[in-house]
Structure formats: C-alpha cells, structure tokens
Design a protein around this ligand. Structure first.
Ligand code: ZN
Length: 406
C-alpha cells in the first residue's frame, strides 16, 4: 500500500508549506528537487547532496530507459540502490524529452523556446536529419533513440511499467508536452490526448498498487481555457499529486497567469509540482501561487558554465569568468555556508574555469545547490512565520529587477 502522505503545515496568503512523506523519507515543502537526469546530479555525490540539504532528486525515465536500460537498473536493485541515493526520488514520464527532441525538427528550427532547453545541448547526440524523431498516435508515441537511432514506443501503460521497475517514490503519467510554437488547435488536441493517456496510466497504476505515488500532469500551454479544462480534468482523477507541465508562455508574466488559472482548480490536499522551473524569481512566483515542488536543470547547468548564484548579481547570478573576479579574494557569496564559499575565493574559481579544471564545475555546482536550498529553507520558515511577502520583497526589490521579457 502507498506510504505516500501530504500535509500542509502552514499557509501565508497563496503560499503554503508542508510535508510530503515518501517510503524514502520526507520532503519539506516548498522544495527544490535536484535534477539527476542520468541517475546522477552532475559532479556531486549523494553524500554531498545530503550535506547540502537536498531533499529529493528527479531522474529521467526516457534517458535511463535508453541507457543503461530498465532491466539493468532493476537487476542492480532499483534506481535508489543503483545511484546510491536513499532519499525521496522522482522519475518523470519521459514526455518532455521525447517532444523536446522532436519539436525542433518538426518546426524546422534548431533551438526552440526556452521550455525545451534540452534541445540546446544535444550537439553530440544522434539526430535523424530531416526525419521526424517523434510520431504521436492515440496509442502512444514512437521515437528514435538519440543514442543509437533505434525505434521505440512509449505508451501510457508502458511508461508506468518502466517507472515501476525503476522504483522511484513519485512517478509521473505520460503526457504530450507542447511548446510555445504550437498553435491553439494543436495544443488542444495534445491536451485532450494527454487526458486520455492519464486515464490509461492511472488504470494501469491502480491494477497493481505498490508503494509508489503517481502524479498526473496538467497541460494546455498558455491558453486559459485549455489550462482550466486540463486542471479540472486531471484533478478529477485519483492521482496522488499534480504536476504542471508544458509551455508556461513566453514571459514570466504569462507563467504567473498560467499558474493563476490552473492552481486554484487543483485540490488543496494534494501536492503540486511545477516542472522545469528553478530561477530565483520563478520560484518566488510559483510558491506565491501555491506550488509545493519545483525542479530545474538550470542551477546545475549554469554552475557548469561558470554562472553562480549571488545576491549581488544581475538576476542573482555572476559569471565567474568575468575579468573583474581575477583578483577577488571574496567567496562567491558572503555568508554562504557551502564548502565552496567556506574555502575558496572568486579568484580561484575563476582560475579553475579559465584553466578548464573539473573542480571548478564541482565547486560551482555545490555552491548553486546550497544557495538554492538555503533559499528554500528561508521560504519555508517565512511561510511558517507569515513573512513570505516580506521575504519576497527583500529578494526581488532593486537592484535585482526580475526580467519581465521573454
Ligand atoms: Zn556557497
């Protein structure tokens, strides 16, 4: 039987804090879920993750299915054991990756709007030139492996089965993820197909009840009626929680709107996960509107590019390779408790990045995760103390003016 439980412990206007109980421990919410696409959060070990206070990791069904393969992971004792992470673990449905790898081709563009960031760094991976990588049918979705060009099919039921074998605590139903480049008509079709897939996923999930929890995914792009319809439909089903996926519009203002349309239609008593959001301003905007969980590759990917979170920086970030840090003896962020800031100067970090040393990526990742996790802790205590809007104002007031544009 499911050991999954969610309780809300405090509310502050639209924001809420709470606890998600899983078979592998508790996630205090609101929480940032670290992205471990290939069953690893790049450059840091699970022990380091725990030290940083990271509570949960989301791994990627699509990538792990293609490599090393679900059977390998099952034989190694499941995903927790395989990657040596004994805390709460999520896997996504693979929908996002299938469509992000296909959408660029379909639209004849190399890089699609930012909701498909995976599209950007696939340079070395297999792509069938000129041929569509993805074929969507009622039954499921057929796609070509970027690893070796082989053909595969994901169905809503099949994806439940794959995620059962992986064994994460929270799993997601297969959805069709649309991009901002899809028009209303297509987004509507895809959204309704996602609803039919959700029914099939849930039926398969309930056929063999286990310890896992299943989240349904709300789609609908940046179209109000579609988001509302999707939130209503998906939340009428007996999922353990709800995720919001797909295009959140072309600007931060549109993202706020999408949340304002959809979130009030979701049941109060179940957790809400906003997929693919992890910038500081976006986290505040999401939490303010009642989101409990967010995940995003940005903090760790940024770190590997030498972009570090800092209060002083434009949009909370500094580019450590910038010449002004050449002789800067200060830590990345004064007062940060992380190993990087306790032991190293900006000058040293800059040097590591300039010299192409791997330690630079590690130290930067450690800092970014610590920075974000300590922000989430502050957000949780601010909600408990009824101080969330003060905290928000403290962070988002000038000179860190959030980017309002696309
Ligand atoms: Zn730090």
């Amino acid at each position: 039987m499911s050991q999954f439980k969610f309780e809300i412990t405090a509310r502050d206007a639209g924001a809420r804090s709470g606890r998600v109980e899983t078979p592998h421990g508790v996630i205090e919410t609101p929480s940032f879920v670290a992205v471990g696409t290939q069953a690893t959060v790049k450059t840091v070990s699970p022990d380091e993750m725990r030290e940083l206070g990271i509570q949960a990791i989301i791994a990627n069904t699509y990538h792990l299915y293609l490599r090393p393969g679900v059977d390998t992971i099952r034989k190694m004792g499941g995903l927790h054991r395989f990657m040596n992470w004994d805390g709460p673990l999520l896997t996504d449905s693979g929908g996002f990756q299938i469509f992000s790898l296909g959408a660029g081709k379909e639209h004849g563009v190399g890089k699609i709007a930012s909701i498909f960031p995976e599209e950007r760094d696939r340079g070395g991976h297999f792509k069938a030139r000129g041929k569509p990588l993805v074929k969507v049918e009622e039954q499921g979705v057929e796609f070509i492996s970027y690893v070796d060009g082989s053909r595969h099919r994901f169905t809503p039921q099949g994806v439940i089965d794959i995620q059962r074998k992986l064994g994460a605590d929270i799993i997601l139903a297969l959805d069709e993820c649309t991009s901002p480049l899809h028009d209303y008509h297509y987004t509507r079709q895809a959204c309704q197909r996602t609803h039919r897939w959700a029914l099939r996923a849930l039926e398969e999930f309930q056929r063999k009840p286990g310890k896992q929890a299943l989240f349904g995914i709300v789609q609908g792009g940046a179209y109000r009626d579609l988001r509302e319809e999707s939130a209503q439909f998906i939340s009428s089903l007996d999922f353990d929680g709800f995720a919001l996926g797909g295009s959140l519009g072309k600007s931060k203002r549109e993202m706020g709107q999408v949340l304002e349309w959809a979130v009030p239609l979701l049941p109060e008593s179940k957790p809400r996960h906003l997929l693919g959001i992890g910038e500081i301003e976006d986290i505040f905007a999401a939490v303010e509107r009642g989101i409990d969980l967010v995940d995003c590759v940005a903090p760790t990917r940024m770190a590997r590019n030498g972009t570090l979170f800092a209060r002083e920086g434009q949009r909370f970030r500094i580019h450590i390779r910038n010449a002004r840090f050449k002789d800067d003896p200060r830590p990345v962020e004064g007062g940060c408790a992380c190993y990087t800031c306790q032991n190293y100067s900006r000058a040293y970090l800059r040097h590591l990045f300039e010299a192409g040393e791997l330690l630079g990526m590690r130290l930067a990742t450690i800092h970014n995760l610590c920075f974000l996790e300590s922000l989430m802790r502050r957000i949780r205590s601010a909600i408990a103390e009824g101080q969330f809007s003060e905290l928000r104002r403290e962070w988002l007031s000038s000179p860190n003016i959030p980017d309002q544009g696309a």
